[in-house]
Design a protein around this ligand. Structure first.
Ligand code: SF4
Length: 462
């Protein structure tokens, strides 16, 4: 599908199907021009695998940024839609109703982003990327290791954001931290990870992808992790689900935990579309069923990301009650529970229905604005930044919202999503974490997920 100022046009995509996205993206840019935006599916989406995401080009036109979760790539695949090219040349752009209000709002937001320790230039995200969280979560005992069987990984330091930063500096060449994934980003938390000879290996090693193929599979080798991320990007897969699936496959003894080369072989089964590859490409829940694995850490069929709910209870409540299955970005309670951002909350405290609700509402609002969710680190701590976020929206839309409207708008979004889920057959019985987390104690805290069901039911229903 090609969209430009003159309208939309469907084009045959046969010549681009069945190929890796690293091969296809340069061909598409060659055909449609270097300045278009592309979203596409890879072979995983073409084969309707439920781990398939939708891939977007980054600032350098790599196939590397993802609407990863929820199997959206399979949805596009089911419609026979291989890619969408957007060419804005000559288009009039977004109309801004009140330019002054927009400018004032973005100025306040920019000030917050450039002064907060996490988001400022030279701050933690800019210097070490999102993988700065590896050591932090590991220290907190909430870093899921070897398919959620432990909360600390002995290979954390070797796979941390600090290690990525050092390798980029030592190897030089294409290696880079502080990379923006798209134009205009102030935080610039992305990276380009180099091979030993300095040539580009992959962009980007994010915290979640690093963990999914690293600690969760017991792999402490960043080069092997980079290979696995590259393959995910090539096939059009969600790295969280793909890593979670390999970990479940390891639990099923298809490979030893920590065996990077074997993990790469398993990933290639997905790319080649073998019978085993189809099982693995269908995600951790399906793989667990096929191989009889009990420890499958998912909710609503979606594997958990890189925060252990038995060690950080609020995020577990978000996993359980998020409308899209286990997902940290639906309500990042890690901010107060671990990082001391937006207040402080004891991670092991189970009385957090209001926190899980508030974060999901605020996140639904921020997601609706189109801002990168990482602005939240700054605006949760700096009130003027939050005001600026809302005021910039007012400038674009001509509305007169205040920060008091955030929860209301977020609630409206969530209620619509809940309505959709209800019509699709979901009930509160689906708002639960897997059984094993209620009886299997997680070291080092030796805690279980002990949030009562009634507390989970209060998250959305007050
Ligand atoms: S802060 Fe957001 S927009 Fe900027 S590089 Fe990171 S993920 Fe991309």
């Amino acid at each position: 599908l090609k969209i430009d100022k003159d309208g939309a046009e469907f084009l045959p995509a046969d010549e681009w199907t069945g190929k890796g996205l690293h091969e296809v993206f340069p061909l598409l840019f060659n055909k449609f021009g270097e300045n278009v935006g592309i979203s596409a599916i890879g072979v995983a989406g073409e084969r309707l695998m439920s781990s398939a995401g939708i891939c977007f080009n980054d600032i350098d036109n790599r196939p590397s940024r993802y609407a990863g979760r929820g199997g959206l790539g399979a949805v596009l695949g089911s419609k026979g839609l291989k890619f969408i090219v957007v060419d804005d040349k000559g288009a009039k752009g977004v109309e801004i109703v009140d330019k002054d209000a927009f400018k004032k709002g973005t100025k306040k937001l920019t000030e917050a982003l450039t002064t907060h320790d996490i988001t400022k230039p030279g701050g933690s995200l800019n210097t070490y990327g999102t993988a700065v969280l590896v050591n932090i979560m590991n220290e907190a005992g909430g870093y899921p290791t070897r398919n959620f069987s432990e909360g600390r990984f002995e290979g954390a330091a070797a796979t941390s954001g600090e290690a990525i930063h050092d390798i980029c500096n030592e190897r030089g060449g294409a290696g880079k931290t502080g990379h923006p994934c798209h134009p205009g980003c102030i935080i610039q938390c992305s990276n380009v990870y180099p091979r030993p000879d300095g040539t580009e290996h992959v962009s980007c090693i994010e915290y979640e992808s690093d963990w999914a193929f690293g600690a969760n599979c017991g792999i402490d080798d960043l080069d092997a992790i980079a290979d696995l991320i590259w393959l995910s990007n090539d096939y059009g897969l969600d790295t969280i689900e793909a890593g979670g699936t390999i970990a479940v496959a390891m639990e099923a003894q298809l490979a030893e935990f920590g065996d990077g080369p074997k993990a790469i072989e398993l990933m290639k089964e997905i790319g080649e579309g073998t019978p085993l590859g189809h099982v693995l490409g269908s995600g951790a829940a399906t793989t667990g069923k096929v191989f009889g694995v009990v420890r499958v850490p998912g909710v609503k069929g979606q594997n958990m990301p890189a925060y252990e709910p038995r060690a950080v209870k609020g995020i577990g409540m978000v996993y359980a009650t998020s409308t899209m299955g286990a997902d940290h970005t639906a309500g990042y309670t890690i901010a107060p529970e671990i990082l001391g951002v937006g207040g402080e909350a004891d991670p092991l405290d189970a009385d957090k229905a209001a926190l899980a609700r508030g974060f999901q509402e605020a996140t639904a609002f921020i997601d609706s604005t189109g801002y990168c969710l990482f602005i939240a680190f700054a605006v949760l701590d700096i009130p003027e930044g939050l005001e600026g976020t809302v005021e910039s929206c007012n400038g674009v839309l001509g509305t007169d919202w205040t920060t008091d409207d955030i929860a209301r708008i977020g609630r409206e979004v969530l209620d619509k999503e809940l309505e959709f889920n209800k019509a699709a057959g979901f009930t509160k019985a689906h708002d639960r974490l897997p059984e094993f987390m209620k009886y299997e104690k997680l070291p080092p805290h030796n805690t279980v997920f002990d949030v009562p069901d009634e507390e989970l039911d209060k998250v959305h229903r007050g």
